[in-house]
Design a binder for this molecule. Structure first.
Ligand SMILES: [Zn+2]
Length: 88
Protein backbone atom coordinates (compact mmCIF):
# COMPACT_ATOMS: atom_id res chain seq x y z
CA UNK A 1 0.00 0.00 0.00
CA UNK A 2 1.43 3.37 -1.02
CA UNK A 3 -1.20 5.30 0.92
CA UNK A 4 -3.13 4.32 4.02
CA UNK A 5 -6.57 3.20 2.84
CA UNK A 6 -8.11 5.09 5.74
CA UNK A 7 -6.72 8.35 4.30
CA UNK A 8 -8.23 7.62 0.89
CA UNK A 9 -11.51 6.57 2.45
CA UNK A 10 -11.77 9.80 4.45
CA UNK A 11 -11.33 11.96 1.34
CA UNK A 12 -13.72 9.95 -0.82
CA UNK A 13 -16.47 9.94 1.78
CA UNK A 14 -16.46 13.75 1.87
CA UNK A 15 -17.68 13.91 -1.72
CA UNK A 16 -21.44 14.49 -1.90
CA UNK A 17 -23.53 11.46 -2.92
CA UNK A 18 -20.84 8.92 -2.18
CA UNK A 19 -22.62 6.26 -0.14
CA UNK A 20 -19.85 3.77 0.43
CA UNK A 21 -16.31 3.10 -0.62
CA UNK A 22 -14.47 -0.18 -0.11
CA UNK A 23 -11.82 -2.51 -1.51
CA UNK A 24 -9.36 0.38 -1.50
CA UNK A 25 -5.89 -0.40 -2.78
CA UNK A 26 -2.92 1.69 -3.77
CA UNK A 27 0.58 1.07 -5.02
CA UNK A 28 3.53 3.04 -6.26
CA UNK A 29 5.49 5.79 -4.55
CA UNK A 30 3.68 8.71 -2.97
CA UNK A 31 4.96 11.96 -4.49
CA UNK A 32 6.21 10.20 -7.58
CA UNK A 33 3.36 8.14 -9.02
CA UNK A 34 0.65 6.31 -7.20
CA UNK A 35 -2.09 4.06 -8.49
CA UNK A 36 -5.32 4.02 -6.53
CA UNK A 37 -8.17 1.58 -6.99
CA UNK A 38 -11.47 1.32 -5.18
CA UNK A 39 -15.06 0.26 -5.34
CA UNK A 40 -17.59 2.98 -4.77
CA UNK A 41 -21.33 3.11 -4.30
CA UNK A 42 -22.99 6.35 -5.33
CA UNK A 43 -26.42 7.84 -4.88
CA UNK A 44 -27.13 8.36 -8.58
CA UNK A 45 -29.94 7.31 -10.88
CA UNK A 46 -28.04 7.60 -14.09
CA UNK A 47 -24.61 7.10 -15.50
CA UNK A 48 -24.04 10.80 -16.12
CA UNK A 49 -24.44 11.72 -12.45
CA UNK A 50 -22.43 8.71 -11.36
CA UNK A 51 -19.70 9.88 -13.70
CA UNK A 52 -19.74 13.42 -12.27
CA UNK A 53 -19.36 12.05 -8.75
CA UNK A 54 -16.47 9.90 -9.92
CA UNK A 55 -14.79 12.91 -11.51
CA UNK A 56 -15.07 14.84 -8.26
CA UNK A 57 -13.56 11.95 -6.31
CA UNK A 58 -10.69 11.72 -8.79
CA UNK A 59 -10.07 15.46 -8.59
CA UNK A 60 -9.88 15.42 -4.81
CA UNK A 61 -7.56 12.41 -4.75
CA UNK A 62 -5.41 14.02 -7.40
CA UNK A 63 -5.21 17.22 -5.38
CA UNK A 64 -3.98 15.32 -2.36
CA UNK A 65 -1.88 12.53 -3.87
CA UNK A 66 -0.78 13.74 -7.31
CA UNK A 67 0.54 12.44 -9.52
CA UNK A 68 -1.99 9.66 -9.22
CA UNK A 69 -3.88 7.34 -11.49
CA UNK A 70 -7.27 6.48 -10.10
CA UNK A 71 -9.50 3.59 -11.11
CA UNK A 72 -12.97 3.55 -9.62
CA UNK A 73 -15.43 0.70 -9.95
CA UNK A 74 -18.88 2.15 -9.48
CA UNK A 75 -21.48 -0.17 -8.02
CA UNK A 76 -25.24 0.25 -7.74
CA UNK A 77 -26.87 0.96 -4.37
CA UNK A 78 -28.12 -2.62 -4.25
CA UNK A 79 -24.57 -3.54 -3.29
CA UNK A 80 -24.90 -1.54 -0.08
CA UNK A 81 -24.92 -4.65 2.04
CA UNK A 82 -21.47 -5.62 0.82
CA UNK A 83 -19.07 -5.50 3.72
CA UNK A 84 -16.66 -2.62 3.94
CA UNK A 85 -13.14 -3.78 3.42
CA UNK A 86 -9.78 -2.25 2.72
CA UNK A 87 -8.53 -5.38 1.01
CA UNK A 88 -8.01 -5.41 -2.72
ZN1 LIG B 1 -17.39 -3.82 -4.27
Amino acid sequence: MAIAPEAIHAIVMQVPRVVNCHDIASRGVFGRQVFIEMHMIVDADDVEIAHQITEEVEARLQERFHPARVVIHVEPPAYKSESISYES
